[in-house]
Write a protein that binds this ligand. Structure first.
Ligand SMILES: Cc1ncc(COP(=O)(O)O)c(C=O)c1O
Length: 393
């Protein structure tokens, strides 16, 4: 297929066939798992294009081209996890040495975001000449207020994790570009099936492929997708030098997951809405956060920049003392720390996904002792509701 033909495929088709719909030598329809470390050189000075799997591997390459295709980018890079991808991306923004005025490379970051990203930025990178301002990016004026001359990038999660706030991607891109900086969007929550940030002006999309993309709670992976020729080599060098590239088997699992992404996302969306509506009527529940509610305060923005909703639903229980028994009594919905897989999971962000975030910032984002986060899976929604009903009693 030509590049033009590939680019014109609908997302459902692009996910099933990927960038390589069969292996050209044998015709194998499933991309083979090239489980090898080195590749033989035909002779001195010659190469098949593959030398060593840390640098290039055919299974990983098929996945990287597929994620680039479905995210509407030119380049895709696959990493051993979402954190590996985000960490490598930060490397293209060199740390200032402090300079005369002691200024550091500055990022503006959504305050309501995955706790591991907070830890990576606020604990690790903060040691190396980087500075981060944590802002409620769903309120545009707060981003404007946080901008500084030394701001190099804006990093947003939209919808945010776990409070489901929506940030205007296009407005963020326009603002940061006017100041000469770059926009990074973590698109883990909506996936390219529902949202393509590069089309809205973002410079980089990152993913935890461990979630909806791979979709089966059985592997970790992470991605950077972009279209910047200028950044292509530095990012490739970071991936090859740091050695956090995705393994052949995990590349294959993620490729296989992507084939069913559209069908799963539709089902997550349907189930998410059913469960969110039901939770809203439950007497033990105080408030439900779900972007797909017809009366969600940012519904217009969601409709402008996304084509649907996921299965992520957070809620406050009325009484925090009931949380231990809820987590003990769920049976079908598994008490575990992840999201986006076929199985429904329930998480207690305070002590799990968001425990790295300092209390003041966590509370300001709304992550308190009453908050539970559900990743609604693709089971029959009646069974999910029955299980939650038993546990919430
Ligand atoms: C929105 C988001 N981004 C990034 C990550 C990190 O991904 P990984 O666990 O694959 O390193 C997560 C993990 O939960 C996440 O939820």
């Amino acid at each position: 297929m030509t590049d033009m033909e590939m680019a014109s495929m609908n997302i459902e088709t692009a996910c099933v066939h990927g960038a390589q719909s069969f292996e050209p030598v044998t015709g194998a329809i499933s991309v083979p798992i090239y489980q090898t470390a080195p590749f033989r050189h035909p002779e001195l000075g010659e190469s098949t294009g593959f030398d060593y799997s840390r640098s290039e591997n055919p299974t990983r390459r098929a996945l990287e081209q597929t994620i680039a295709l479905i995210e509407h980018g030119k380049y895709g890079l696959a990493f051993a996890s979402g954190m590996g991808a985000i960490s490598s991306l930060i490397k293209i923004f060199p740390p200032f040495d402090g300079g005369e005025r002691g200024k550091k490379t500055h990022f503006i970051v959504s305050e309501d975001l995955y706790g591991g990203t907070y830890r990576l930025f606020g604990v690790y990178y903060a040691q190396y000449g980087y500075e981060f301002s944590w802002v409620d990016t769903s309120e545009f004026s707060r981003i404007e207020a946080a901008m500084r001359p030394e701001t190099v990038a804006l990093f947003i999660e939209t919808p945010s994790n776990p409070m489901m706030k929506v940030t205007d991607i296009q407005k963020c891109a326009e603002l940061i570009h006017r100041k000469g900086g770059r926009l990074i969007v973590d698109n883990t929550f909506l996936t390219p099936y529902f949202q393509n940030p590069l089309d809205l002006g973002a410079d980089f999309v990152v993913h935890s492929g461990s979630k909806y993309l791979a979709g089966h709670n059985d592997t970790l992976s992470g991605f950077i997708v972009h279209s910047s020729r200028e950044d292509a080599d530095p990012l490739l060098k970071a991936q090859r030098s740091e050695g956090a590239a995705l393994s052949p088997f995990d590349s294959w699992l993620t490729l296989r997951g992507i084939k069913t992404l559209p069908a799963r996302m539709e089902r997550h969306q349907t189930n998410g809405k059913i469960v969110a509506e039901w939770l809203r009527t439950h007497p033990a529940v105080e408030k439900v956060f779900y972007t797909g509610f017809d009366d969600h305060s940012q519904r217009d923005l969601s409709q402008k920049q996304a084509r649907g909703h996921n299965g992520m639903v957070s809620f406050y229980v009325k009484d925090a003392c009931t949380i231990p028994s809820i987590l003990k009594n769920v049976k079908l919905v598994l008490f575990a720390e992840s999201l986006g897989g076929v199985e429904s999971l329930i998480t207690y962000p305070l002590v799990q996904t968001h425990d790295a975030i300092p209390e003041e910032m966590r509370l300001s984002a709304g992550v308190n002792e009453k908050l539970l986060r559900l990743s609604v899976g693709i089971e029959n929604p009646d069974d999910i509701i029955a299980d939650l009903g038993n546990a919430l009693r």
